[in-house]
Ligand binder design. Structure first.
Ligand SMILES: Nc1nc2c([nH]c(=O)n2[C@H]2C[C@H](O)[C@@H](COP(=O)(O)OP(=O)(O)OP(=O)(O)O)O2)c(=O)[nH]1
Ligand SMILES: [Mg+2]
Length: 325
């Protein structure tokens, strides 16, 4: 049996919206690459306490508010690690490289410019993703949709999936540039679910290139996997709808950046599907490296549950879709 080294690492945020990265010593494992500060758990130590200790040792700060972000099990040729990654949103002290390592505060959108160890790819995505994903309600006009999304952005929503199954091509074409601008101005990201110009063979869409990425239905995910296509050319992020462990494997195979997993709880929009419940959600999340949003019957009150079960957060339509008036 291979020994797995359990490591706690922190995605530390300051009040200016930046994230701290540090450079690993040249002679260390994965040396010379950037990392999220942290280190190995000592015998009998909990991950959270280990991280607090490591951040004190490496940076001279005391983390005071932590929440689980993502767990990554990764096999390097010479070593297997379980990276237990936490978001640190409050700390005391001033972060500095106490072991002589270079440290840097960077804006989340520039994280991709730095070279991290191979295990870190999903961590970088998770660090850039918010805890809440708004999926738009299908049965609305372009104007009403824009208005509702504007209201949701005011509520602090930072990630929107436009899912307008009933819209015609002209409605999509009219809405996407305006929606993209709204989101950009609010510092939010926009994903398109089944835009009418989607070419599934190449995972390309001119409309999606105006947004931040493309969301695949589980059927489209299956087709993309069957064509043997791995995303190297798509614009921005790729997300997908998953319901089973098998679909999560397909998402990993295709190179999807994050997924929704549903239905976690009973939901009016899909009454025919039996909810998996939180235990199953947790088991499925544990078995994947991709950030996972819980979907199905979600409200703000469910966010702590999703996070404690290893989820990125929650996805919902009605929770942040102010009621029609
Ligand atoms: N801290 C940290 N380690 C990472 C990241 N990505 C990644 O693959 N690793 C790997 C590299 C190492 O094999 C292991 C972390 O070990 P470490 O060298 O930080 O451990 P430590 O602080 O306890 O250091 P030491 O006492 O062994 O010198 O996890 C990351 O983002 N942060
Ligand atoms: Mg370390």
């Amino acid at each position: 049996m291979t020994k797995v080294v359990h490591v706690a690492a922190g995605v530390i945020h300051n009040t200016r919206g930046q994230i701290l990265i540090a450079k690993r010593a040249d002679d260390a494992h994965q040396g010379g690459l950037w990392e999220f500060p942290g280190g190995k758990l000592e015998a009998g130590e909990a991950a959270e306490s280990a991280l607090i200790r490591e951040l004190q040792e490496e940076l001279g700060i005391t983390a005071t508010h932590l929440s689980p972000l993502i767990q990554i099990r990764h096999d390097y040729p010479d070593k297997s690690v379980l990276l237990d990654v936490w978001t640190v949103t409050a700390f005391t002290g001033e972060a500095h490289g106490r072991e002589g390592q270079p440290v840097k505060w960077v804006s989340p959108s520039t994280l991709s410019d730095y070279q991290f160890p191979a295990a870190n790819t999903p961590i970088v995505t998770a660090a850039q993703l918010p805890r809440r994903l708004l999926i738009t309600d299908a049965e609305v006009s372009v104007e009403l949709c824009l208005q509702k999304v504007t209201e949701a952005l005011h509520l602090g929503i930072q990630l929107v999936q436009l899912r307008q199954k009933d819209w015609r091509v002209e409605q999509w074409a009219a809405a996407v540039p305006r929606m993209a601008k709204l989101c950009r101005e609010a510092g939010a990201r926009l994903m398109l679910n089944s835009p009418p110009d989607l070419a599934l063979e190449t995972l390309e869409s001119g409309l999606a290139s105006l947004a931040d990425g493309l969301h695949l239905t589980s059927r489209q995910l299956g087709a993309a996997a069957a064509s043997g296509r791995v995303t190297d050319k798509h614009v921005g992020w790729l997300s997908a709808a998953c319901h089973t462990d098998g679909e999560l494997r397909l998402a990993e195979q295709v190179g999807v950046d994050f997924v929704t997993l549903s239905p976690v709880l009973a939901t009016g929009t899909h009454p025919e599907q039996a909810p998996m419940g939180w235990e199953q959600f947790e088991a499925l999340v544990k078995n994947t490296k991709i950030p996972v949003y819980a979907l199905g019957g979600m409200n703000d009150g469910d966010l702590p549950e999703s996070v404690s079960r290893g989820g990125q957060g929650i996805a919902a339509i009605s929770a942040w879709w102010p009621s029609q008036n």
